[in-house]
Design a protein around this ligand. Structure first.
Ligand SMILES: [Fe+2]
Length: 372
């Protein structure tokens, strides 16, 4: 049995990597890939070329040209094909080489790149990197209509599991100086429970006044929270490994006008400020804090726009690489992460040993359980 930290490695030849390749994952915000553009992409420790044909269809193909290995993203998009900048080899959307300029057509026919299925959904582009036919594409009906959708992404220089293990007790401490506590005092939950559900894990925090907040883990790398009575919005995220020491978080927020015009404006301002549009980037500030050159409590002005991302960056990246995680002193309130680690080991090892996997799904019971 591999060490638990090793089980959270997701490169091509690891048990965790094999398991993660059985699933669809988001890889980019759809609007960030314009027609006629190609981008280098890295997820699960592997590099790829993502491009959008001039007609708008996205394609994911091998990172390098088969000929001399130049990365294809620096070439040209012609219709739905991509041409290498080095010697002009051209590939269609299925990865088939359709032109080798110095040779006859028969030569091109012998060359093919691996390609991967892609799909646009909720403002994101998803792919399936596994072998064989892709599994059914997971949909989230409650995010498809009835509200205003915001799509955002950030990168964080730590293993994805550190983000998955982020728990409700961190909020009153890690986020003390944020907008969350502009009008109320930070409050520590009096009780934390966690249970396995049809979709993953429900983590419930109970506060002194009896209010219960449910934070969901969607198996294996998603989170969701929904508190319509409190905030009139729902939030869905995917934590996607870039490599073993960095990950993407792709997230969609749906806001309902039941929040009232004032709250809607506040949410919009918060979203518009994010992602470096206001102030310095959360990575630049987070790294300066980790180097001891800046204190979170002194961040001011436009730099405060990304306060929550800065605080989470510091508390997650500050835990260091998982390979260096030597000792922990876990307590009852860590029940959520203990359950997450247990289920991860169970599922990854089941896949590695050819045993059947749980069919995770966001059932009506899971969706209803968010509304407490
Ligand atoms: Fe946080």
């Amino acid at each position: 049995m591999p060490d638990l930290a090793d089980l959270f490695r997701t490169g091509p030849n690891t048990p965790g990597g094999h398991y993660m390749r059985t699933l669809w994952h988001p890889i980019i915000i759809a609007s960030e890939l314009k027609p006629g553009w190609a981008k280098p992409i890295q997820i699960l420790g592997e590099k790829f070329t993502l491009y959008r044909g001039e007609g708008g269809a996205p394609y994911l193909t091998a990172f390098r040209c088969a000929h001399r290995g130049l990365q294809l993203s620096v070439g040209w998009i012609e219709g739905d094909t991509i041409r290498c900048r080095f010697h002009g080899w051209r590939y269609d959307g299925s990865g088939q080489c359709v032109e080798v300029p110095t040779e006859d057509a028969a030569t091109a026919k012998t060359v093919r790149l691996r390609t991967y299925p892609v799909r646009e959904y909720l403002g994101l582009i998803f792919t399936y990197l596994g072998d064989g036919d892709a599994p059914e594409f997971p949909r989230f009906a409650d995010f498809e209509s009835g509200g205003e959708l915001w799509v955002e992404a950030y990168t964080r220089a730590c293993n994805f599991v550190i983000n998955m293990e982020n728990d409700p007790v961190h909020i009153p401490f890690a986020h003390r100086e944020s907008e969350l506590f502009a009008n109320k005092a930070p409050e520590v939950p009096v009780k934390v429970d966690a249970e396995e559900t049809d979709w993953g894990i429900d983590i419930r925090s109970t506060f002194a006044n009896g209010w219960v907040h449910t934070n969901q883990r969607g198996w294996p790398n998603m989170t969701c929270f929904k508190s319509p009575r409190q905030q009139h919005r729902s939030h869905l995220t995917w934590r996607v490994p870039i490599d073993d020491d960095s990950h993407w978080s792709f997230q969609v927020d749906i806001m309902y006008d039941t929040a009232g015009p004032e709250k809607m404006q506040e949410y919009r301002r918060r979203h518009e400020a994010r992602g470096g549009k206001l102030g310095r980037s959360y990575i630049e500030l987070g790294e300066a804090i980790l180097r001891g050159e800046l204190r979170i409590q002194d961040i001011d002005g436009d730099d405060k726009a990304n306060m929550i991302w800065i605080q989470d960056y510091v508390t997650q990246v500050g835990q260091g690489p998982i390979s260096e995680r030597k000792s922990e002193h876990l307590i009852r309130a860590d029940i959520g992460l203990l359950l997450y680690r247990k289920l991860w080991e169970r599922e990854v090892m089941a896949y590695a040993e050819g045993r059947p996997l749980k069919k995770w799904h966001r059932s009506a019971a899971v969706i209803d359980s968010e509304d407490e």
